[in-house]
Write a protein that binds this ligand. Sequence first.
Ligand code: NAP
Length: 319
Amino acid sequence: MKIEDVTILGSGAAGSTAALYAARANLDPLVIEGSTPGGQLTITTDVENYPGFVDGVQGPDLMMIFKDQAMKFGARYEIGHVTSVDLDNRPFKITIDEVNTIHTQTIIIATGATAKLLGLESESRLMGRGVSACATCDGFFFKDKEVVVVGGGDTAVEESLFLTKYASKVFLVHRRDQLRASNILQDRAQSNDKIQFIWNTIVNDINGVEGNEVTGVTLQDISTGETTHKPIDGVFIAIGHTPNSQLFHGKIDTDENGYIRTLNGSGTNIEGVFACGDVQDPIYRQAVTAAGTGCMAAIDAERFLSSKEFESLKETSNI
Ligand code: NAP
């Protein structure tokens, strides 16, 4: 039976940085790419805040560079989705796409986070038919059309700015009268004529006939309770993210929102299991912080594999 030293789950900024460091430490890491190979940056366009790129870089290009660099030192990438993990026995067991089994001494969880949705029935019915959670993926389809963006954080403002490249008008609908987005993004949005803010308002419903495109939204002013119908061509949901940690619930400690709890660097409550990137970070969620924690996880895994604790675990579990 082949036993991997390090298996990395996820191939975004965190996973690929962990792979680079683990490969350079001669640990021959295996990366399971997951359902979004390259992670969230592959659904982004301009990345202006990744150090080292004075003129910015396209998200998918950046992730390709990360992967190429890790592979140059021997990291192996495998397409697949983890369907279950057994952390009760050592070596750990990972099942890919319900059929393939991997045995591994350590695991680095870098599974990232996924965009949240409003939870409306009409939202799921019209998803891909005018409703989207990714402006950079779908903005192109709204050339000279009017769209709504829901949310008040960096993502909502960034998506609104991006959509002005295509749409004739972007209505940013926020449930409060103040954005939580960073000042630089707020300034850009406020000085963009194509963006109009609709404050203290929620989207109650998205209108559109089944099989057809979005035709409008029902908005509710939460200070007066008044509802209005607004004809619109598209709705972009940008209200935050959920950590992709479902696989580990009940197996690894998480906080109340599902973010994996890390201690002493990237360690989890299970020795030999480490976590990095957005799956353990409810605060910063930047490519550069994900890369930084990916580096930490690989160093922690390397140190664990050469530690006395690992030697004694090996003896007791007959690895
Ligand atoms: P976020 O900061 O959590 O903001 C989510 C926004 O959606 C908030 O304004 C929130 O309203 C609103 N919201 C949440 N649930 C809602 C609901 N059910 N209905 C209506 N509105 C709802 O999420 P984010 O914007 O995705 O950003 C996440 C993190 O990534 C942040 O740390 C951010 O700085 C970072 N980020 C950075 C960049 C960049 O630097 N270029 C780009 C994107 C993201 P309230 O304000 O009322 O809570």
